[in-house]
Design a protein around this ligand. Structure first.
Ligand code: ATP
Ligand code: MG
Length: 275
């Protein structure tokens, strides 16, 4: 009979941030118990030290730091930053084609019959594009970084409240696809991650280009003219992309679960607080 860590022990070690080889075996139960308490106590003190260091040398939260890095990179490229409401009207979702039959509809958190927490930034950006465009002749570059909400039941890459960066250029001087690639490269350069582009089907945009790092989607992008443009009074071509900031952080920090890097009462900077 092979003796392995129990499920509870594996769980505890995982919580403490230990990555354990799957085939770790022991000759006796006593040997296993001894190894478990040695490891648990080691990672326990490591966690406590990490918390003490945070208290000694306060810095901004990694999510806030990433937000700042990305916002600065985009402002340098002449993007205007906007901050829009997180509570949006039902009809703005309908304009995005998200009605009761749409898969994303099931994931929406409703505040009341007519309002919900935004599952994406695009509806508000569409609205602003239309109004700001009237004031300028050349290309219009906009971006927002903010929380989005989706009911999720899926595992380690999904949060119910996560941070999206959505940028868009309306009426670019060059080919929208070239511009899209250039803006994706600005963002991925600012976070210093290598990536691949992949063409996909989307429930909202029909065709999207996904940005992937190690096979994990970190962003979805699209170009217009697009079928949704009419409903928003948009006539010019555009290039837009939405990145998940926690996905980027998770990959950057080599974290095994997005919960370690997102808004949390359990983790701070990847360190478990209930230790
Ligand atoms: P996925 O297929 O991974 O669930 P999606 O295609 O539904 O994502 P999009 O609507 O394309 O997501 O949103 C743009 C980006 O926002 C995604 O590429 C991802 O980085 C991030 N994102 C989307 N949903 C979540 C979530 N629940 N938690 C964390 N990040 C998310
Ligand atoms: Mg996507």
């Amino acid at each position: 009979m092979t003796i392995e860590f129990t499920i509870t022990q594996m769980q505890r070690l995982k919580e403490l941030g230990v990555s354990i080889e799957d085939n770790r075996t022991f000759l006796t139960v006593e040997e296993r118990e001894l190894e478990f308490s040695k490891m648990a106590s080691h990672y326990h003190s490591q966690g406590r030290e990490a918390i003490r260091n945070m208290l000694d040398e306060p810095e901004r939260h990694p999510l806030a730091q990433l937000e700042d890095t990305l916002a600065q990179a985009l402002v340098k490229k002449n993007f205007i930053e906007v901050k829009t409401p997180t509570i949006i009207a039902r009809n703005t979702l309908e304009k995005m084609g998200i009605g009761q039959d749409h898969p994303l509809y099931e994931q929406v958190f409703w505040v009341d019959k007519k309002r919900c927490l935004r599952p994406m930034l695009a509806p508000n950006l569409y609205f602003l594009m239309r109004h700001l465009k009237r004031n300028i002749n050349g290309p219009l570059r906009l971006f927002e970084i903010g929380t989005c909400y989706r009911r999720e039941s899926r595992g380690s890459n999904h949060l119910e409240d996560f941070t999206m960066l959505n940028l868009v250029e309306l009426g670019p001087e060059n080919d929208p696809t070239d511009q899209l690639h250039s803006h994706i490269s600005t963002v991925m350069g600012a976070v210093d991650l290598d990536y691949k582009l992949k063409t996909c089907q989307s429930e909202v945009y029909v065709h999207t280009t996904d940005v992937e790092v190690n096979g994990i989607e970190v962003a979805s992008a699209a170009v217009g003219p697009h079928i949704l443009d009419d409903a928003h009074g948009i006539k010019d071509p555009w290039a837009g992309v939405g990145f998940g900031l926690e996905r980027l952080l998770m990959i950057k920090n080599d974290a095994d679960n997005i919960k370690r890097v997102g808004r949390s009462l359990i983790y701070l900077r990847g360190v478990r607080l209930d230790i």
